[in-house]
Design a protein around this ligand. Sequence first.
Ligand SMILES: Cc1cc2nc3c(=O)[nH]c(=O)nc-3n(C[C@H](O)[C@H](O)[C@H](O)COP(=O)(O)OP(=O)(O)OC[C@H]3O[C@@H](n4cnc5c(N)ncnc54)[C@H](O)[C@@H]3O)c2cc1C
Length: 258
Amino acid sequence: MYFKTVDFSKFSSIKVGVPIEVLMLERGDDIPTDRVIIGHANNLLVSSSPSPLMMLSKDFSFIELDEDILTVGCATPTGRVLSFAKKNNLSGFEFISKLPGSMGGMVAMNAGVKNYEIFNILDAVKIDGQWKRKDDIRYDYRFANLNGVATELRFKVKRGFSQILLDELILLRSNQPKTPSAGSAFKNPEGDYAGRLIEAVGLKGFSKGGMQWSEVHANFLVNNGKGTFEEAKYLIELAKDKIFKEFTILLEEEIEIL
Ligand SMILES: Cc1cc2nc3c(=O)[nH]c(=O)nc-3n(C[C@H](O)[C@H](O)[C@H](O)COP(=O)(O)OP(=O)(O)OC[C@H]3O[C@@H](n4cnc5c(N)ncnc54)[C@H](O)[C@@H]3O)c2cc1C
């Protein structure tokens, strides 16, 4: 293992943060229990003093296909897995297009689009060195109780990559803001949409400093440049507060605040 300085104002998708020393894990290392594991920071809002952080090194970026068993390292970018699935005519991976991040982040968030989620196609996850079957892990909408560091994922694959489905999903994403964000800020509450609620309390397009509730998609907290952690946190709390007062719905963050 070794340390690397990661500048979160450049590395994170929302472009908020400061340079921080992150412990990089290599193959064979004992996994520390006193650090928070991060992936490629597409779902994170990192303060200037987060808990100690760790990340998987390139040792965990690989894809292996053996007959119908696909094994993927958790540092592998989602885009590489999509390209691999397309090239090798594998079905089920089309939805990960436009879901930026690492495969570790994907499984920890049970990331997905519409009814497509990573747990639908997953067979097993290696957590802290032990393979765990999907059925032995508690998971739900944008949630998985991994309780450790995922280093490898295993899938039983079928042939038949669908270009039609891929095109449909790409079209679906066309309403998303291009400005830096961390994706949806809040999870959708049961039977409603966080974006609708943010709009209903008049916050669509509302800004504080460099941060703004997007005018394109209200549930996206976007950074128009030089936005800070404090401004982002302010907007998140403001939205939760207003929505609770008006609708007695307590929104839960999808974005991970560290
Ligand atoms: C423009 C945009 C659009 C997006 N659209 C969607 C969408 O439609 N649907 C959706 O689900 N998400 C979406 N996201 C969010 C993001 O793509 C996913 O959450 C992604 O899976 C995050 O991966 P990451 O590697 O960046 O994880 P990070 O953001 O670094 O981490 C996310 C979480 O995963 C945990 N984690 C990361 N790696 C590991 C590991 N190896 N072991 C255990 N835990 C780990 C972290 O502790 C953290 O809790 C979007 C993001 C952006 C920027």
